[in-house]
Write a protein that binds this ligand. Sequence first.
Ligand SMILES: Cc1cc2nc3c(=O)[nH]c(=O)nc-3n(C[C@H](O)[C@H](O)[C@H](O)COP(=O)(O)OP(=O)(O)OC[C@H]3O[C@@H](n4cnc5c(N)ncnc54)[C@H](O)[C@@H]3O)c2cc1C
Length: 383
Amino acid sequence: MDDVWDLVIVGGGPAGSAAALRAKQLRPAARVLLLDRADFPRDKACGDGVAAHGRDELALLGVPDLIADYRPTRRLEVVSPGGARVRATVARPNHVVPRTVFDARLVDAARARGVEVRRHRVRALTAHGGHVVVVDGDVAARAVVAADGANSTVRRLIGIPASPAGHTAIAVRGYADVPADDDVQFIAMQKDGWPAYAWSFPIGDGTANVGFGMLLPRLHATGLPGREVLHGRLAELLPHLPARDLRAHHLPLSPGRPRPGAGRVMLAGDAAGLVNPLTGEGIYYALVSGRLAGEAAVQAAGDPLPAYRHALRKALGRHLRTTDVLARAAQSPGFIDAAIGTAGRRQEVFDLLVDVGLGAGTVPLRLGWAVLGRWILNGVRRG
Ligand SMILES: Cc1cc2nc3c(=O)[nH]c(=O)nc-3n(C[C@H](O)[C@H](O)[C@H](O)COP(=O)(O)OP(=O)(O)OC[C@H]3O[C@@H](n4cnc5c(N)ncnc54)[C@H](O)[C@@H]3O)c2cc1C
């Protein structure tokens, strides 16, 4: 067996790399090992949308220019399930960066900071003397960050259940040709099987990431093969953008209160069920939670988990509870019609929706009432 590592991270996606980068940033002498079953670059089914909030995290991790060579996307257009449309400039630009590039750059940055990266699929964990975790009977660590994604093996090994089906979405993504000057992130919501939507996120190189996602129970309710439904609806909603390289994956949507780990194991990113239930955004949450887990691993005097739980609650607690409440309200397409309709009239509402959907935003009470009022009004008009 190796000596005891200060930190072993399972998974080299945004959550795992953020943990690695932060740990070495705070304690350059820390011995940090990053294990991933894949070699990088590797693909990951994703919309490739990196929100401005995610870029703030890159800056905090000491890699502010990681994606500076990608074109900023300033415009966002959303069509609600009932046809309300908003097209506006976002307060701060987003980026669209293929995950083959984004994740490999993060892993390279961690390696450059002194993190040891090994290709290895983790299968087993055992506690050893209460202070050390042994991974696959081979590697001993004072702390483990499980950043092994939506199907997390580590989460299962420590006995934390996966997201229930009602909190699981499934989405397919592909790539399509678009004019090189297309710089509008487009989201088309669908009433049939709601919540469901298609997106087109132009990268800036003449291609766009295009995709379609919906809740898993709604997909099952169709009684049709998943592939047929997902591919069919994508083609139906974006008929002018035939997609190639289609790949699907599920998304563990945040239930509002994540369970951040057990013992000396901290869950981060998708492994912790940290995906925004309104938008499917998960890269920002992965970066934040990974950063906080890496921080706790090298800074906490004793057991890092309480420190991590506290930091995560402070950073995202109120926001996650907000998105949980909004996701429940959003089960009614009329609520989203009202929210998008209001955003179309008031830039500050648009900005706030972006902040809640892509960052750590919460909703001021008066705004909640404004949307509620419109929702009721729409209902009265329809009735
Ligand atoms: C179709 C789709 C579209 C999406 N679009 C967006 C979007 O536009 N913007 C956004 O912000 N989010 C989006 N998301 C969500 C986003 O992809 C995830 O939230 C994000 O990838 C989570 O990062 P992570 O580091 O937690 O996990 P991942 O990126 O999944 O990384 C997990 C890593 O763990 C490794 N691993 C797994 N098991 C093991 C094991 N046993 N041993 C060792 N290594 C292991 C994997 O190889 C992988 O490298 C989308 C998701 C889907 C499915």
